[in-house]
Write a protein of this length. Structure first.
Length: 231
């Protein structure tokens, strides 16, 4: 899978043109407008890989590309709102825990007041670690949400919990996710260092395409396995 992913961005006759355009759009992302175009291209990568297309998409039909990018941004915003809500809940629990602790009296650790202080601290710690676990879980599942959105061409599909979890709970998806993270960290770091000689910008686009390929491939393979297992 990793070998396929690394070759994927180069498996077309116009791969150089695609990487040049992708790199240029990455540079121009400071102007904001090119961001949906880049995101739209990543949607096409996900859509192609989840549907078994072995060749990378081209930068064409720019209007559709822009709309797809806006949709992916919308899904990202919705996912971010979930994180914000979780943070809000953690804030409430932490505040409640602090309130309990502050009411423990001048002698902490004695009597019922000391017990209340300990309970407040415990609530704060539990809330923190629960949030960390939730954030990690969401970070793991989110690419599957994006892949299902691209596959179905529907924003609602990103929140099809049964389908998303069916794919995300397979070894195929887990392996692809881990590979994507490793590629992003290793090759992404190298590409960032190369940014001082400009070529790194284009390398970063290449790395992004590879990671989205892995997410899409892992989702597709995982979903296929899950569906075979349910028969």
């Amino acid at each position: 899978m990793l070998s396929d992913a690394l070759h994927y961005p180069l498996d077309s006759d116009d791969w150089l043109r695609t990487i040049l355009i992708g790199g240029l759009l990455s540079v121009l992302s400071v102007l904001v407008l090119p961001i949906p175009l880049l995101q739209g291209y990543y949607v096409r990568v996900l859509r192609g890989t989840t549907r078994g297309d072995a060749t990378p998409p081209a930068f064409d039909e720019w209007g559709d590309l822009f709309v797809d990018g806006l949709k992916l941004i919308g899904v990202n915003i919705a996912v971010s709102l979930v994180v914000v809500v979780a943070m809000f809940v953690v804030g409430i629990v932490t505040g409640f825990g602090s309130a309990i602790g502050s009411g423990a009296g001048p002698v902490v650790g004695t009597g019922s007041d000391g017990g209340l202080g300990g309970l407040g601290g415990l609530l704060t710690v539990v809330a923190f670690f629960a949030f960390v676990a939730f954030a990690l879980l969401l970070g793991y599942v989110a690419p599957a949400m994006f892949a299902n959105f691209a596959r179905e061409d529907s924003m609602a599909a990103a929140f099809d919990v049964s389908t998303v979890l069916a794919a995300a709970t397979t070894s195929d998806y887990l392996i692809a996710w881990v590979l994507a993270v490793v590629v992003g960290l290793v090759l992404g770091t190298i590409a960032s260092l190369l940014g001082i000689v400009v070529v790194g910008i284009f390398a970063l686009f290449y790395v992004q395409v590879v990671t989205y390929y892995l997410f899409g491939r892992g989702f597709a393979d995982g979903l296929a396995d899950a569906q075979r297992g349910s028969l």
